[in-house]
Design a protein around this ligand. Structure first.
Ligand SMILES: [Zn+2]
Ligand SMILES: [Zn+2]
Length: 381
């Protein structure tokens, strides 16, 4: 027993309160935990199990005691008993085997992205109307330069993406060159003289009517307002595309603000060292760790802000699509890529955390031994 005492003392010095021992003393009549020395299952510490091939007084241990032991000692001890060397076996549940699959994090990321896209899809139409209203009220050639127009810039990129993808699906809801027709319509309908063109005679306030007044409608030979809107699967796909575009661009513009804040924090720290250090995210490492805020995609938000006015002017001319639309669509695509990547790393974190919880369910070997014994008894009979 002396060697065990020495071992226990060494472990105690390492900060471990007590340790499993390899004592082969006679099997205890009552099951006691080798760490906390309590008997039987415990409400807080969990089941009293035999996780490894250790025998005697160190055969049994509580789930909770074992987990804190496994996590407090060196890495290998997380997976195997340091005394008898047996590797712990973990209970496999449908959940754990599902989480253990390599594609589970990807599937979760796609699911989260889809939910976000569906939710944000409902916000896109109001935002797109807001950006068009700005366009109409100021006219394409003299767009005002706002000091803070991030929401309008994001709205423009979403709109160009909506226009581009909608056009591909033969949906003209947000197609390009709408504004010029709107403007024409507004000026002409203020004229009191009767109008020869039945299209122009239509009510400008009727959103359904406006949809047909685009080059997209003409290009695809759409005659009625109902025809300019796709239904069913196409409508759902466009909803998801618009929603994810909005989410990704919003993230990129938030990243742009965070980046500006970061630059401000660095400057403050240089000028007033005592003040700057108290700000959150004042070092580059902080910034990297906060990359979910969208700093990775903020460069594309810069590009959107640079080209959006040119795209608007080009759009208001009689074109189905302009080359200025292309950079905005590409920016949206890249911000979506970065957004998905950040959702993926978030999902991987969730899967790992869930797996760690499931892995703490170490298989109780004593139950298995009992089962084997029962089987053997049946066999001999
Ligand atoms: Zn215990
Ligand atoms: Zn052991």
């Amino acid at each position: 027993m002396a060697s065990d005492d020495v071992g226990a003392a060494v472990l105690h010095d390492r900060g471990v309160t007590t340790s499993p021992t390899s004592s082969n003393a006679s099997v205890a009549s009552t099951r006691t935990c080798r760490i906390c020395l309590d008997e039987g299952d415990d409400e807080v510490l969990g089941r009293l199990i035999a996780p490894c091939r250790c025998t005697g007084t160190s055969r049994y241990v509580h789930d909770g005691c074992l987990l804190s032991w496994r996590t407090s000692v060196k890495a290998e001890s997380f997976y195997a008993c340091p005394q008898c060397g047996a590797r712990y076996r973990f209970r496999t549940t449908p959940v754990s085997s599902l989480l253990g699959r390599t594609y589970s994090a990807n599937a979760l990321a796609i699911l989260i992205s889809l939910c976000l896209a569906i939710f944000f899809g409902f916000l896109t139409d109001p935002l797109l109307r807001l950006t068009e209203r700005e366009m109409l009220s100021f006219g394409s050639e003299q767009l005002p330069h706002h000091w803070f127009d991030e929401h309008l810039a994001a709205g423009d990129a979403v709109r160009e993406t909506a226009s581009f993808t909608g056009f591909l699906f033969r949906d003209c809801t947000w197609s390009s060159a709408r504004e010029s027709y709107w403007e024409q319509e507004t000026t002409i309908s203020e004229d009191p003289t009767p109008l020869p063109n039945p299209v122009i005679n239509m009510n400008i306030q009727d959103v359904e009517v406006r949809r047909n007044l685009t080059n997209c409608g003409r290009f695809w030979g759409k005659r009625s307002d109902d025809e300019t809107q796709v239904q069913g699967v196409g409508k759902a796909v466009l909803h998801v595309v618009r929603g994810f575009a909005l989410f990704s661009l919003a993230r990129a513009f938030v990243g742009r603000l965070v980046r500006q804040y970061f630059l401000l924090a660095i400057t403050l720290r240089m000028v007033f060292p005592s003040l700057g250090c108290k700000l959150p995210y004042n070092s580059f490492a902080d910034l990297i760790s906060a990359s979910w805020l969208g700093i990775d995609a903020s460069f594309f938000a810069d590009v959107v802000k640079m080209v959006r006015r040119r795209a608007k002017v080009a759009r208001s001319q009689d074109e189905i699509a302009s080359w200025w639309q292309f950079p905005l669509v590409m920016c949206t695509f890249f911000t979506a890529f970065f957004a998905f990547r950040s959702i993926l790393s978030f999902s991987q974190g969730i899967v790992k955390a869930a797996l760690a919880r499931v892995e703490s369910l170490v298989v109780d070997l004593s139950e298995e031994d009992d089962a084997v014994e029962r089987e053997q008894v049946q066999y001999t009979r």
